[in-house]
Design a protein around this ligand. Structure first.
Ligand SMILES: NC(=O)C1=CN([C@@H]2O[C@H](COP(=O)(O)OP(=O)(O)OC[C@H]3O[C@@H](n4cnc5c(N)ncnc54)[C@H](OP(=O)(O)O)[C@@H]3O)[C@@H](O)[C@H]2O)C=CC1
Ligand SMILES: CCCCCCCCCCCCCCCC(=O)[C@@H](N)CO
Length: 332
């Protein structure tokens, strides 16, 4: 019996080793590469653009607000490593009209060459209780966070396939790995990116194109500050389980994983556990990653159950508090 188990494990490891040449992509070279960053004028997207620019890439920034774009362009240009580098700005809404997105990307490619890496970082959030969130917010978030990632990706994929190279990054969220109080409108848009990424990766892997899904924790950005203004208490308390990250740090990790062609990109120990725990049937990009998933998944589920218990008790406590203060108001 024991022998059989050992034989099975040895065979399994051998099998993993056999397919390893197929699953370890060659790193992308950033110097001289054309990197497009949607949502590149603020927060995580801006830091990703800076990180790539520092490594010698040519950058196209996409966002709506032209002033913010120009201001960011100036900021990024301070980090140039050679005098040929260019930062191009394009003002467009990534979620409105596919043809418009396709056109602006065509223009960007005429100026800076074919896109080597596309980072889909444009996104926004609305928090609140399910019944308090406006119905049109559900639609708007799906449009910006999901379709706003589909459109640019759809517009660059044909050229990437022709060139048999490329990277596409989807910026999801830890809230795209588990559903939490307050995120009924936001989480589904980030879960959707994972489904898109898995299906697309299977299609484009033979063309040497690699997809990365990033799952950042709460990160100190203008978007996060805005979100925090109206966040329910429950969401705040639950989120405090993990600390707020700096955008520079998150960006460094995302760029490193994208260059390497890792399917999964996470930050911090919570991020690591969540990614192992939710790896499901996602593609694996290294043997060590596969082995870590096999070994750790069960243990992390136990850890996760404790987290879920504490989240439930936060939600219950908040409800009781609220009822108490409502009753007090009534008797006054
Ligand atoms: N900060 C956080 O805590 C976390 C954020 N994330 C995700 O990371 C991404 C970036 O977040 P963060 O840096 O906080 O966001 P910010 O709000 O700071 O920046 C958002 C960027 O996206 C652009 N953008 C928004 N809507 C559109 C649109 N319709 N078309 C084109 N551009 C648009 C904005 O420019 P403009 O408004 O001018 O168009 C801006 O450049 C988002 O997808 C977010 O969901 C994930 C986990 C945690
Ligand atoms: C073993 C498992 C461990 C699990 C630990 C879980 C910790 C949960 C904290 C979740 C924080 C929510 C992040 C959402 C950020 C986001 O996308 C918005 N801020 C966007 O603006």
């Amino acid at each position: 019996m024991l022998l059989l188990a050992v034989a099975f494990i040895v065979a399994f490891v051998l099998l993993l080793y056999m397919v390893s040449p197929l699953i370890s992509p060659k790193p992308l070279k950033l110097p001289g590469a054309h990197v497009v960053v949607t949502g590149g004028s603020s927060g995580i997207g801006k830091c990703i653009a800076i990180e790539c620019y520092k490594q010698g890439a040519f950058i196209t920034l996409i966002a709506r607000d032209e002033n913010k774009l120009l201001q960011t362009k100036k900021e990024i240009e301070k980090y140039s490593v050679n005098d040929k580098q260019v930062v191009l700005c394009i003002s467009v809404d990534v979620s409105k009209d596919y043809e418009q997105v396709e056109n602006v990307l065509k223009q960007a490619q005429e100026k800076l060459g074919p896109v080597d890496m596309l980072v889909n970082c444009a996104g926004t959030s609305v928090t609140g209780k399910f019944e308090d969130i406006e119905v049109n917010s559900f639609e708007r978030l799906m449009a910006v966070n999901y379709l706003g990632s589909v459109y640019p990706s759809r517009a660059v994929i044909a050229t990437m396939k022709e060139r048999r190279m490329g990277r596409i990054v989807f910026v999801s969220s830890q809230a795209g790995q588990l559903g939490l109080f307050g995120y009924t409108a936001y989480s589904p848009t980030k879960f959707a990116l994972r489904g898109l990424a898995e299906a697309l990766q299977m299609e484009v892997k033979p063309y040497n194109i690699y997809i990365t899904v990033a799952y950042p924790p709460d990160t100190d950005t203008p978007g996060f500050a805005e979100e925090s203004k109206t966040k329910p208490l429950e969401t705040k308390l639950i989120s405090e389980t993990s600390s707020v990250c700096q955008a520079e740090q998150v960006a460094r990790v995302i760029v490193k994983d994208a260059i390497q062609g890792n399917f999964n990109s996470s930050v911090g120990s919570d991020g690591y556990m969540l990614s192992i725990l939710t790896s499901g049937m996602s593609p694996v990009t290294s043997i060590t990653e596969g082995l870590q998933q096999v070994v750790c998944m069960g243990i992390f589920r136990i850890v996760g159950l404790f987290y879920l218990g504490s989240f439930d008790s936060i939600v219950r406590r908040c409800m009781m508090q609220r009822e108490k203060s409502e009753n007090a108001d009534k008797t006054e």
